[in-house]
Design a binder for this molecule. Structure first.
Ligand code: G3P
Length: 214
């Protein structure tokens, strides 16, 4: 299972969480990664933790102001990027452009979507993975795998109908090892989570709990 921890703009210490991700990753068969804010990418990547960006723009080098260039993210040490997160929605054409920009920079891609229909559309753009996250469950602590298991299974079906090679992750409210196991039982190959780790008093313990049953 892939466990991708999105730090959003939570007031956690990104380096401390990254060190916890690195250490727990070394003690488990699961793959762990962390997605800090763009300004923290380099410091986080320097810890040795697998580092992802939260977003890149569909642009190339040139006349762009205030945007995030995929090459810069890769130069900072990121190996992948989220795209179209529920809190950073893009138009369809821009998701397509951002997937291409990320691929050009050698970044792995996870395109987020709200529901199975959007997952099918996202999978058709050819990212490495898609992630279904019902927005109403984000940050609630109520796991999608429990509150809405059908949405995960339907997302897996929708993605595989389009492209059998695209991985499907799920997210929203995931915070325990049982949630991760339930996500896997529904056909998900990983989880995307934030508050369960970024807001935890002890991120290492939170991460250990997440991977303990794997
Ligand atoms: O990107 C992860 C996400 O939106 C889920 O957030 O806090 O419910 O784990 P959370």
């Amino acid at each position: 299972m892939f466990v991708l921890v999105n730090l959003k703009t939570y007031p956690c210490d990104p380096v401390a969480v990254a060190e916890a991700v690195r250490d727990v990753d070394e003690s488990t068969d699961a793959r762990l990664a962390v997605a800090p804010q763009a300004t923290h990418l380099e410091r986080v990547a320097d810890t040795g933790a697998e580092t992802w960006a939260q977003h890149v723009d569909p642009i190339d080098h040139g006349s762009n102001t205030g945007q995030t260039l995929a090459e810069s993210v890769a130069d900072a040490g990121a190996v992948g990027t989220l795209l179209n997160h529920s809190e950073r929605r893009l138009k369809l054409a821009d998701i397509d452009g951002a997937v291409r920009a990320a691929e050009h920079a050698g970044l792995e891609t996870v395109v987020c979507a709200n529901n199975p229909a959007q997952i099918g559309a996202a999978a058709a753009l050819g990212p490495d993975a898609v992630a279904v996250e019902p927005p109403e469950l984000i940050g609630t602590g109520t796991p999608v795998s429990q509150a809405d298991p059908d949405i995960v299974e339907d997302a897996v079906d929708a993605a595989q109908h389009v492209d059998r090679d695209v991985s499907v992750l799920c997210g929203a409210g995931i915070s325990t090892g049982d949630d991760v196991v339930a996500a896997g039982d529904l056909g998900s190959e990983g989880v995307l989570l934030a508050s369960g780790v970024a807001k935890a008093d002890d991120p290492t313990a939170a991460l250990e709990d997440l991977v303990e049953p794997l």
